[in-house]
Each structure stands twice: as C-alpha cells, then as structure tokens.
Design a protein around this ligand. Structure first.
Ligand code: IPM
Ligand code: MN
Length: 362
C-alpha cells in the first residue's frame, strides 16, 4: 500500500515521541513491503514562532492532501500562563480538527497485563478494563460562540449540538459496540443540560436500528466515579466534546500512565492519529517521554487503512517491550531506558508473524 502521511510533531515532547512512531512505521514499511511517504509541517507554539499562527495554511493543505495525519503534541506554558494572549497553540489543533471535519475521536482505554501493578488502583478493579471512548470532536462548548463583555468581567461559552452532529458519531459508536461486546453507554448531563437531552433523544432513536446493542445512560458526574470504581462495566462510551476530554484523561489513570493511550480522530475524508497526552514541556528534550501512545496511534493508523496484520505486529512489539521492561521512567522509575531506546526496541521487534506461519506450514 502507498500512503502519504503528514507528520505534525508540534510542541514539547511531540517531536521526540512522533519520531519513534515514524521509526515503527518505517519498520512496517520494510517488513510488509509498503510505501509510506512522510512530509512534515509545523503546528502549535512552534508554528506561532515560525509563521505567526498556530495552523499555517501550508500545514493545513499538507494535511488535506495527505491520506492521514500523525500528530505529536501541542501546548506551551508560555501561553497557558498568559490568559490575555490572543493567539495560543491549542487553536492550531482545534482549527485542524474542524477544517478536516474530524468529528469522531476514538480513545481506547485498556490495561496491559504486564503493567497491572502500575495502576494506582487496586488490581481487582483494574483487571479486565477494555473500553473505548467515542468523543465528539468538532462541536459543543469547544466550538460554540465565545463572549467577553467590554469590561472583561463576564464571559460565556455556548454549548450547542445539532441532531446531525450527534447522529453521525452515534452511528460510529453503535457500529463499534456491535463489533465489541454490544454495550453502549451515553455519558451526558441530561438532568441539567438541554443539549444533553437532545443527545439522549437522538441516540435513543438511533439505538432502535441496532437492536443487538444494549444502550444505557449515565450522568457524567456518576461516570467519573464509575470509571475508577468499576471500569470493566464499560464497553463503548459515547459522549460530547468536553465530557470526553475529561473522562479520557481519567481513563488513562487506570492503565498506570497517560503515556500509553493513543487516539484516532476520524472524519468523512480525513483521519488524524495522536496520543491523548499533552506536550509535557518539563520533559522536552530529556529523552524520558513515553513513546508508546504515539506508537499505538500509528498502529491505529494502520488499522484505519485495513492493515490489521501490520498493526498487530506493532502491538505485539509494544507488548514485548512492556514484558521485558524496556520502558520509560513513567512506567518504571528505575528504568535506564530513554524514549529513543524504547522506540528502537519496538521498531526492531516488528516482525511479520503471518509469513513465519506460512513458512512453517509449507
Ligand atoms: C486533547 C487535548 C486537547 C483537547 C487540547 C490540547 C486542545 O486536551 O486532545 O484531549 O482539549 O481536545
Ligand atoms: Mn485532553
């Protein structure tokens, strides 16, 4: 397969972790005879510095022309501590999601058996956790009208959803549930918010066309509690932009490190793959950031294009690195391995098991 992949390293540890994902994709390319063409562009704080805006036109058009985008991380403390700054790095990612129509953000939350003791939660609670969050990504409070009165004393952000915005992601979530354990939980705040009541109405109606899938509803405050009390009750979680942002960070705690969780953002014409973690500026350039989330995002990219064996080989190499404790310090504080060494190990262990199998057969 021939794929054009846009690389957007972004800020902080973004470039370091993305480089490890690229190493792994190159190993896949070689092992399975594909051709991946990589082209890089700036986004976020680095793009503000170089080109004056967080999403330069050249970056956007590179992404529009590519088959997929692989994203590093975004954000810089310089802007976080300056609420008056008119331009901020995160706008680059938000504009990109909107411009590429990436309405569905898929965030799998799983526990690696090798890391069960890394979780701050008890083993009995964590065991068997395997759910996927479908987070709406181009609507809601993130993109609603923003206001600030002239005195700068009153501000508001509108949370608006249309039936269309809800139904397109709901269909994807129901389909995912059908391929998993047939359970879908809609997380909302329908006891308070009108927009949540619209979600319930639309999702309930769509549920009628997926009779195999059991649909249940949970208020987001309760969901925040249930995710750490009893995570294995969840299969597919469907939710709005902001609630999905919050509960996915919470979900990342279950597995022991936010450095492990990948995501896919899918639209009708584009797809972007990125770790759920931020730019971790304190670790920038220190070779300590965990590259696994970025590498698993690359595995999700491969799956998106139907390259399942290839994705499996990446996942198996990741599992091996965890079993052999070739891990960054977030997983094992005494670890001597850095971002690059972990990336090298995983890339070197990408093998074509299918072919071995055939050879043994003959
Ligand atoms: C995420 C991030 C982004 C978000 C930020 C960087 C804008 O937290 O992808 O979860 O809030 O969506
Ligand atoms: Mn987030």
């Amino acid at each position: 397969m021939n794929l054009n992949i846009a690389l957007l390293p972004g800020d902080g540890i973004g470039p370091e972790v993305l480089a490890q994902a690229v190493k792994c994709l190159e190993a896949v390319e070689e092992t399975f005879n594909h051709q991946f063409n990589f082209r890089e562009a700036a986004v976020g704080a680095i793009a503000i510095e170089r080109k004056g805006k967080p999403l330069p036109n050249t970056t956007l058009s590179l992404c529009q022309d590519a088959d997929a985008v692989l994203f590093g991380a975004i954000g810089d403390p310089k802007y976080d501590n300056n609420p008056d700054s008119a331009v901020r790095p995160e706008q680059g990612l938000l504009e990109l999601r909107k411009a590429l129509g990436l309405f569905s953000n898929i965030r799998p939350v799983k526990v690696f058996p090798a890391l069960i003791h890394n979780s701050p939660l008890k083993k009995e609670i964590v065991e068997g956790t395997d759910f996927t969050i479908y987070r709406e990504l181009t609507g809601g409070i993130y993109f609603g009208e923003k206001k600030l009165n002239t005195e700068g004393t009153v501000a508001s952000d509108l949370c608006e959803y249309s039936e269309k915005e809800i139904s397109r992601i709901a269909h994807l979530a129901f389909k995912a549930a059908k391929n998993r354990s047939n359970k879908l939980t809609l997380v909302d705040k329908a006891n308070v918010l009108e927009s949540s009541r619209l979600w319930r109405k639309v999702v309930t109606k769509i549920g009628e066309s997926y009779p195999d899938v059991t649909l249940d509803y949970m208020f987001v405050d309760n969901a925040a509690m249930q995710i750490i009390l009893n995570p294995s009750q969840f299969d597919v979680v469907l939710t709005s932009n902001m609630f999905g942002d919050i509960i996915s960070d919470e979900g990342s705690v279950i597995g022991g490190s936010i450095g492990l969780l990948p995501s896919a953002s899918i639209g009708e014409e584009s797809a972007l793959f990125e770790p759920i973690h931020g730019s971790y500026p304190q670790a920038k350039g220190m070779d300590i950031a965990n590259p696994v989330a970025s590498i698993l995002s690359a595995a999700m990219l491969l799956e998106h294009f139907g390259l399942f064996e290839e994705a499996m080989s990446v996942r198996e190499a990741v599992d091996k690195s965890l079993r052999k404790k070739i891990v960054t310090p977030d997983i094992d504080s005494k670890s001597q391995y850095g971002t690059n060494q972990v990336g090298d190990f995983i890339a070197e262990n990408i093998v074509d098991n299918g072919d071995d199998f055939n050879m043994n057969d003959e």
